[in-house]
Design a protein around this ligand. Structure first.
Ligand code: NAD
Length: 310
């Protein structure tokens, strides 16, 4: 029987944990939020009071946490999260893990945090991969997520069996941090596309085009994209678009801003100037600052077309 310690049982983590349970794994979970713990217990997760407690005797540890600061706190211990100092060596995963345990982080975080965990794990002889995902909550529920997995070849292969019940597509991306890099660049393309889509949909309307007709044309022409097919921000055109539902989030604007910020930070580290990405980030920041952080990221169309419905 395989036992997995699952840390972070939120919107993504809980359905991922459920798929591990459905595959016959024992899942011992921890989350800092009582409501998440209660729902997880109902779903068959054995609750633990902390990450180290969840890890005792487990074959693997999977983390699904919001941001880099949470990943640092959980891997290095609270002292590292607070002041960036050396690991506290008490309450972090790295202080308790053994080489027999496979460590997998599926959170979307900055490259520096990802590299820091890889380095610290390697220094202790531990086995860690970065394995962020794409596919959203529906993909997590369906067990069809795309995993992008970076790390030493042997560790990536070892992680594959543990990831399989949650996974539709598995990509071994190469060296440490390359899984995170793939995820960050993919989402950067998505949010730049959302800004382009907002501008295109608005101009098409102003030029007198019927929205459904234009959508059909673009769908079989060079303007096609995943965002066009899934999130076209004009009501009544695409069933899955949040604009049909007052911008109730399918992908929250504040999380989109976090992800595009990771791309800009990575670009800055390499001396790259990404103007289209910068503009998309600015528009998302304006939406978040205006109180729309929990709305869908396609709410950015409101800054282009004040008459956009939602
Ligand atoms: P979420 O906020 O719903 O869940 C994160 C959970 O981590 C929360 O329940 C929180 O209480 C818990 N947590 C925070 N600090 C903790 C700690 N110290 N110990 C234990 N638990 C702790 O977020 P989510 O939507 O599940 O996203 C998780 C990650 O996956 C993020 O990095 C996100 O960018 C990424 N992601 C999300 C989606 C999506 O559609 N929601 C899609 C792909 C990737």
């Amino acid at each position: 029987m395989t036992t997995v310690a699952f840390i972070g049982l939120g919107n993504m983590g809980l359905p991922m944990a459920k798929n591990l349970i459905a595959a016959g794994f024992t899942v011992r979970g921890h989350d800092v939020v009582d409501a998440c713990r209660a729902v997880a217990a109902d779903a068959g997760v054995e609750l633990a009071g902390s990450a180290p407690e969840a890890m005792e005797g487990a074959d693997a540890v999977i983390t699904m946490l919001p941001k880099g600061e949470h990943v640092r706190a959980v891997y290095f211990g609270a002292a590292q999260a607070a002041d960036g100092s050396q690991p506290s060596n008490d309450d972090g995963i790295l202080a308790h893990a053994t080489p027999e345990q496979m460590l997998i982080d599926s959170s979307t975080v900055d490259i520096a945090t990802c590299q820091a965990v890889h380095d610290a794990a390697a220094a202790k002889g531990l086995h860690f991969v970065d394995a962020p995902v794409s596919g959203g909550i529906s993909g997590a529920e369906a067990g069809s997520l795309t995993f992008m997995v970076g790390g030493a070849d042997a560790d990536v292969e070892r992680a594959r069996r543990l990831i399989e019940p949650m996974c539709g597509n598995f990509f071994a991306t190469g060296d440490p941090t390359t899984g995170e890099a793939a995820k960050i660049v993919n989402n950067m393309m998505l949010f730049v596309a959302v800004q382009g889509l907002s501008e295109a949909a608005t101009l098409a309307k102003k030029l007198g085009l019927d929205a459904k007709t234009f959508h059909q044309i673009a769908s079989v022409s060079s303007g096609n994209s995943w965002a066009l097919q899934t999130w076209y921000p004009v009501p009544g055109v695409v069933e899955t678009a949040a604009v049909n539902n007052e911008f109730s989030a399918s992908f929250r604007a504040d999380l989109a801003l976090k992800d595009i910020g990771l791309a800009l930070a990575a670009a800055a580290d390499h001396g790259l100037h990404l103007p289209a990405t910068g503009l998309s980030a600015q528009r998302l920041a304006e939406a978040v600052d205006g109180g729309g952080g929990e709305l869908d990221c396609t709410v950015v169309i409101a800054a282009v077309d004040p008459d956009a419905e939602g």
